[in-house]
Design a binder for this molecule. Structure first.
Ligand SMILES: [Zn+2]
Ligand SMILES: [Zn+2]
Ligand SMILES: [Zn+2]
Length: 347
């Protein structure tokens, strides 16, 4: 097969799908996990090692209750525990920096940086988690996102996850993070731009159209009543995957409770299938959602999963063009059955 230079569905971003140097799933060797044996600050009983929780999900007689730590005390019977990052990238109380100078613009890194410990069980990562647990951690995350959006200065809230050291996780205990910003980050504004352009020329939401056009294509991975999973056309890395809600909605915060359950199951099946195929793969994922104040027709929220299976080197960094050695069609084919199996084992 010849190599192809593919353009993203809506972005002005290119990937060289290098079939000539193709790597199949069995060609990737994921390094084994090294456990350091250090005391984990996210494990039950070590809560004092982290700031007081500003959101706790706790099991009670009538279901789940929401709570938080007080300054001097820590609760230990939590199911999900959230607290401000000890080393935040953005802060609500950051001091004002000196004024900008010509060509050297700057302002305060205002915002919130939060850690969500997704389970009291150190190893309960989303690919292996019980669906109820994953659902709880998603619910906690949505509560926090709503809280940050409530700050008038906040424009965009990014929920993301780093899995394994190779993908930037400094601790191996299952957790995700939120960084809230007072501006719209570049990747999102580029998607909004592409979205607008597509709607102007084609008239429809491009993401709704992606679902229609990629259904039954070699890039479809999985579909259930609520979500569609695919390996995107111009995947920038091997096994890049997107999870799209089938019901058009710009803002993830509008998600219904049933959809949270369906999302938890879809995520669990997708990441579960990946770990069956490739082992404990390092990856990052990020939710793309509408910035504050947009109409529901202006965007379509989704989740992007970026496996860490290749190193972006000189060419990628210099050009913003990515060489991908596993065609999305190969990734989709090798995952399709497995995701279905995982899904039916959960239902
Ligand atoms: Zn732990
Ligand atoms: Zn849509
Ligand atoms: Zn996106």
């Amino acid at each position: 097969l010849p190599n192809e230079l593919r353009r993203d569905y809506i972005l002005d971003r290119y990937a060289i799908i290098a079939s000539a140097r193709m790597r199949r799933p069995t060609d990737f060797s994921i390094p084994p996990k090294v456990e350091t044996g250090e005391k984990c600050p996210f494990c039950v009983g070590n809560e004092k090692a982290t700031p007081p929780a500003d959101l706790l999900l706790i099991r009670s007689d009538n279901g789940i209750t929401y709570s938080k730590d007080s300054e001097g005390e820590r609760t230990s019977n939590w199911l999900v525990r959230c607290f401000p990052n000890l080393y935040p990238a953005t802060e609500p109380s950051a001091e004002a920096p000196p004024p900008s100078e010509p060509l050297r613009p700057l302002r305060v890194a205002y915002g919130y940086h939060e850690i969500i410990v997704e389970s009291p069980n150190h190893q309960e990562h989303p690919g292996q988690a019980r669906v109820e647990q994953l659902q709880l951690s998603l619910e906690a995350t949505l509560i926090l996102m709503r809280r940050f959006v409530g700050d008038v200065r906040i424009r965009y809230v990014q929920l993301f996850r780093n899995h394994r050291k190779e993908a930037g996780a400094s601790l191996s205990h299952t957790h995700s993070q939120i960084i809230a910003l007072d501006s719209i980050p570049r990747n999102i504004s580029e998607e909004l731009e592409g979205f607008k352009k597509h709607r102007k020329t084609e008239g429809d939401c491009p993401y709704c159209e992606i679902i229609e056009r990629e259904r039954d294509s070699p890039r479809e991975v999985f579909e259930n009543e609520d979500f569609f999973v695919l390996a995107p056309w111009a995947s920038i890395s091997p096994f890049e995957l997107w999870i799209l809600p089938k019901r058009h909605e710009a803002d993830i915060l509008k998600i219904t409770r049933t959809d949270v359950t369906a999302l938890a199951k879809t995520l669990r099946s997708t990441l579960g299938a990946i770990s069956k195929l490739l082992g404990d793969m390092p990856y990052n994922y990020g939710f793309h959602t509408s910035p504050k104040g947009l109409d529901s027709t202006d965007y379509h929220w989704h989740l992007e999963i970026y496996p860490k299976l290749s190193i972006w080197a000189g060419f990628e960094l210099s050009t913003g063009v990515y060489i991908n050695v596993t065609p999305p069609e190969v990734a989709a084919r090798s995952l399709r059955e497995s995701v279905k199996d995982e899904w039916s084992s959960l239902c």
